[in-house]
Design a protein around this ligand. Structure first.
Ligand code: BGC
Length: 536
């Protein structure tokens, strides 16, 4: 890894989600998908947990509480998006999202209707603990009912502790200066010299509470959803609450401490769950199987509009991949922190080691990278717009609602490179999807990803499941309600849910545990997909 200077980094972007974020991934080592020769089979998942189910395969859907729930008024995202004077008026209003709290039990039936055997979701920390140390028992009862409904339908829950949002008291976006230091009303957040440790402790306490109450029904746990995406949004560029642009204003003082503390939070959550969840709900000998749902991208080196093998472009891809993807996971694997993000782990943290039972890849975007730009490893799209930042690889793959390219078959190279780097790590695809209004396009994303997953499994890669993002259309952070990621379409006036062609196709695959020749012929492959109306 070539060391680089952060002064020279042209801050980069992503439209990926929260706003600004980043990317990394793999160079252009994609290979042709398997020929349409055989029907592909996915062995039943049965009762195994993520850590015990080698060989088996689960089909699931994903969601997160903040993106779907109504009456969710104590989160920082609610405050952030509520119009002034009650809120900060930033971005689109979450409001009642898609009524995912009041319709939670009905929505379990939507999962069952697709014959899925797994669901990945979060419970809202701010609803459970709206003010510090005050636990809302009614909310816990509600969530307990949701778990019962899932179990009653033989749907295995995967509960993620933190998915991009916090109770306002963790780091109040109205007082980012935090001049008086941490109080119960504002802990001052992950990057604060005293508040950081408090937030780590609170996250571990919250995880312990969930493990104590729900460990009898949950064996699969995620700690932090897409940690680097969250850190860049919240503490890197400030595109989401608490809105601290530490990456730009004070890299060593404002950003790096947040990364270090989030790593500590992962380890603390892991240990709290292992201690508090001793009940093996699935009967497979594993009471708690704990991992990270991790954001990954395919990065293609591009120069002069063409795929490039120029060493400068390849080095830029490596820097991005390290910064955005590998550094967080390698820190946990080796128990050491890369304090200046130059590719060298240089600050020992043995307490972080052995805190990962599986890794979940979450893949949406293929991005062009040019080493000619001094803009890697991080690009802020608000400062760097257009093709000079992220040169297109092939615009026919564009997802108009998100501004990046979707190439679902790219999951092949990602699964291969992750399993090559960490051969003993069980892998899952914990998110994969597309923002589209076109059902056939969603079905194509599903089938093309599953074709590649079957292919890598054949080649010996230990990938144990596919969760589609998302069960329902929902609030897409800084992008608001426009991008529609749902297997079920939501009418934003009546909140009625209607299955998309993607739901029908995934449901049939999950029911038969097979990708038939006919389905592959109709939706599979790796060429351009059915276009979005705006692209026709
Ligand atoms: C996040 C989700 C988001 C999805 C689609 C993932 O990175 O975990 O919260 O909605 O991408 O952009």
């Amino acid at each position: 890894m070539r060391p680089h200077s952060y002064e020279s980094i042209f801050q980069l972007t992503t439209t990926l989600l929260l706003l600004p974020v980043v990317l990394a991934a793999c160079s252009g080592d994609e290979e042709e998908p398997s020929p349409l020769a055989q029907e592909l089979e996915f062995p039943a998942f049965g009762s195994s947990s993520a850590a015990s189910g080698k060989g088996s395969f689960r089909f699931g859907a994903s969601s997160s509480a903040t993106q779907i729930e109504d009456q969710n008024e104590d989160t920082d995202w609610y405050l952030w998006t509520t119009p002034e004077p009650d809120g900060l008026g930033k971005g689109s209003i979450i409001g009642d999202a898609v009524h995912g709290y009041s319709k939670a039990l009905d929505d379990v039936n939507l999962i069952a209707d697709m014959h899925l055997d797994a669901y990945r979701f979060s419970f809202e920390w701010a609803r459970i603990e709206p003010t510090r140390d005050a636990i809302n028992e009614e909310a816990l009862e509600h969530y307990s009912d949701v778990l019962d409904a899932l179990r009653g339908n033989e749907i295995h829950p995967m509960l993620v502790i933190h998915h991009f949002s916090n109770p306002v008291w963790v780091d109040d976006p109205r007082d980012v200066g935090c001049a008086d230091g941490p109080t119960d009303a504002n802990l001052c957040g992950l990057n604060h010299p005293e508040g950081g440790d408090l937030v780590v402790q609170e996250l571990a306490d919250h995880a312990r509470l969930l493990a104590e109450r729900f460990g009898d029904r949950v064996d699969d746990w995620g700690t932090l959803n897409e940690p680097m995406v969250y850190l860049l949004s919240a503490y890197g560029f400030g595109g989401g609450p608490p809105g601290k642009p530490g990456f730009i204003t004070d890299f060593q003082g404002g950003f790096v401490p947040a990364v270090r503390n989030f790593l500590s939070a992962h380890a603390a959550i892991y240990k709290a769950i292992k201690e508090a969840d001793q009940i093996d709900a699935d009967g497979d000998g594993v009471a708690a199987s704990i991992g990270i749902p991790h954001s990954v991208q395919v990065y293609v080196p591009v120069r002069d509009g063409q795929p490039s093998e120029d060493p400068e472009d390849l080095a830029a891809v490596d820097r991005l991949r390290w910064f955005f993807e590998y550094s967080f996971i390698e820190a946990l694997q080796q128990g050491s922190f890369d304090t200046d993000m130059d590719g060298e782990l240089d600050e020992p943290h043995p307490e972080w080691r052995d805190t990962l039972d599986w890794l979940g890849l979450q893949y949406y975007a293929r991005v062009g990278v040019s080493g000619l730009q001094p803009n890697v490893p991080v690009i802020d799209i608000s400062l760097c717009a257009g093709p000079t930042c992220m040169p297109p690889v092939d615009p026919t793959y564009l997802v108009p609602a998100m501004g990046y390219e979707s190439d679902p078959a790219g999951i092949y190279s990602l699964l291969k490179s992750y399993s090559a780097r960490w051969p003993d790590m069980p892998l899952l695809v914990t998110e994969s999807g597309i923002a589209t209004e076109v059902g056939a396009r969603r079905a194509e994303v599903i089938v093309r990803a599953l074709e590649q997953i079957a292919r890598v499994r054949d080649e010996g890669v230990d990938v144990r499941g596919y969760y589609h993002w998302s069960l329902l259309d929902n609030f897409e952070w800084a992008h608001g309600n426009e991008p529609r990621f749902g297997l079920y379409h939501v009418d934003y006036e009546t909140f009625e849910r209607t299955p998309s062609e993607g739901a029908t196709v995934l449901g049939e695959i999950a029911r038969t545990r097979r990708l038939s020749d006919a389905t592959r012929a109709k939706y599979g492959g790796n060429g351009p997909m059915t276009p979005e109306p705006a692209m026709r």
